[in-house]
Design a protein around this ligand. Structure first.
Ligand code: FAD
Ligand code: PYC
Length: 416
């Protein structure tokens, strides 16, 4: 059913009791043309674009938990494309352009809100790095502008720009098209649209093995619901990518770390934009529900535990109180963690693999939510054609043997 003014009206008159299920929940078929492992935003977007743009509809997305329950449902929803290198600018700005009309395309409100992302500078080194990003982005036709401390304050009135704090604000880089979207809605919107195009989304079904034939090519996945055959498998399992790829005998250049976030009690609208401070380890926005959404860097140790160290939250809140003194008495309600998969150059991997028929999309570290539409789009084309989409080509796995790395450690922003 399409969402429209009429359908809202009709359902309002029937006490909203007749909305149909938003996606089907079928039992797995014995075989598919393509299996996607992981129903996060990236896996669901991949399935959607396979069906919507590549004509491949015999697709299953296999999820060990519930769809969107991984990093997609745990992230702090910041969207921007102000990365340093041309390869990354092409990838993240492809995504940013898709965000703009995504609600209309999916007929599902993903609440994309381009309210501006301001990245603060506190040291001479920060200023140099930020200005380098501003210039690089503008050369690539991507909006980014340098603001003085006073201009930062005018853009974000709660910001403390006095010079008697540990790290005074010396300026900031602002991407006005940056902003936020509603994370769950992104997963639900892609799931609903993919399901309507014939994609089977199979939840509570863990992939426990990847079976290869005598020629080495992929031929099936083993799951908690039995064996499911497919000649093409795309692994999009974020923090557990190394584990899943290990099932096919592929060792990945990844480390998995906990990354935490926390939210406050809900407040009246008080914070108009997104502010990030990488030097003093804090970022903040306000959700449409009213809570302040806050986070910082990864924990320093590798782990698959979705609870992180309390000292990271404390350190982040110290920075938030310093930058925004008016939030000092706000109570924090919840904190949580997700497991992020980090590559040596802090750029993602969207690639074929040495195993014929096996593809992988991972390594988004602390910053993949913003890329969800673009990542799914180029990965779908890569799987359908068996060759990398031009935007995905630089992000192939072999860059770790050729040395053509794309170092985005500074733009990845959240320390990792
Ligand atoms: P996921 O959503 O994690 O999906 C992977 C899925 O694979 C999971 O649902 C998992 O259950 C499933 N899976 C794993 N193993 C198996 C198996 N064996 N069988 C079947 N299924 C399996 N990015 C931004 O751009 N902006 C932000 O503000 C931001 N904030 C973040 C804050 C936090 C606290 C965290 C943790 C991350 C943040 N990120 C942010 C990063 C972002 O969340 C991720 O890069 C992105 O969501 C990854 O999406 P995904 O679909 O690849 O992964
Ligand atoms: O990549 O912009 C980002 C981000 C913000 C918070 C976590 N990741």
């Amino acid at each position: 059913m399409r969402f429209s003014f009429l359908s809202l009206l009709r359902n309002a008159f029937s006490a909203n009791e007749n909305w149909p299920e938003q996606w089907r929940s079928p039992e797995p078929k014995p075989a598919y043309d393509v299996i996607i492992v992981g129903a996060g935003g990236h896996g669901l977007a991949t399935a959607y674009y396979l069906a919507a743009e590549c004509g491949v509809t015999n697709v299953a997305v296999i999820e060990r938990g519930w769809l969107g329950g991984g990093n997609t449902g745990r992230n702090t929803t910041i969207i921007r494309s102000n990365y340093l290198w041309e390869e990354s600018e092409a990838l993240y700005d492809h995504a940013l352009k898709l965000w703009k009309d995504l609600s209309q395309q999916l007929n599902y409100n993903v609440m994309y809100s381009p309210r501006g992302v301001l990245m603060l500078a506190h040291t001479i080194h920060d200023i140099q790095t930020s200005k380098r990003h501003v210039h690089a982005n503008r050369l690539a036709g991507i909006d980014n502008e340098w603001l003085s401390p006073e201009e930062c304050k005018a853009f974000c009135p709660p910001l403390n720009i006095s010079d008697n704090i540990r790290y005074p604000v010396l300026g900031g880089a602002l991407q006005r098209r940056g902003g936020v979207a509603r994370h769950d809605a992104v997963a639900w919107g892609y799931a609903r649209a993919a399901s309507a195009l014939g994609v089977d989304i199979i939840q509570n079904c863990e992939v426990t093995g990847i079976r290869r034939g005598a020629n080495g090519a992929v031929e099936a996945v083993e799951t908690s619901k039995g064996t499911i055959r497919a000649k093409k498998v795309g692994v999009v399992a974020a923090g557990h990518t190394s584990v899943v790829m290990g099932m096919a005998g592929v060792r990945m250049p990844l480390e998995s770390y906990p990354l935490q976030a926390l939210v406050s009690e809900p407040l009246k609208p008080a914070f108009p934009c997104v502010v990030m401070s990488n030097t003093i380890h804090a970022y903040i926005s306000q959700s449409d529900k009213g809570d302040l959404v806050i986070g910082a860097g990864t924990d320093q140790y590798v782990s698959y535990s979705q609870t992180g160290g309390l000292h990271i939250d404390m350190h982040t809140l110290e920075a938030i109180c310093e930058l925004f003194p008016m939030f000092r008495r706000v109570r924090m309600m919840r904190s949580w963690g997700g497991i992020v998969d980090v590559t040596p150059d802090r750029s993602p991997i969207i690639s074929k693999t040495p195993v014929p028929g096996l593809f992988v999309n991972c390594g988004w570290g602390t910053g993949g939510f913003k890329a969800t539409p673009g990542s799914g789009n180029v990965f779908a084309h890569t799987i359908a054609r068996g060759e990398p989409h031009p935007i995905a080509a630089p992000f192939s796995l072999d860059r770790f043997t050729t040395g053509r790395l794309i170092d985005e450690a500074a733009a990845a922003a959240v320390a990792h």
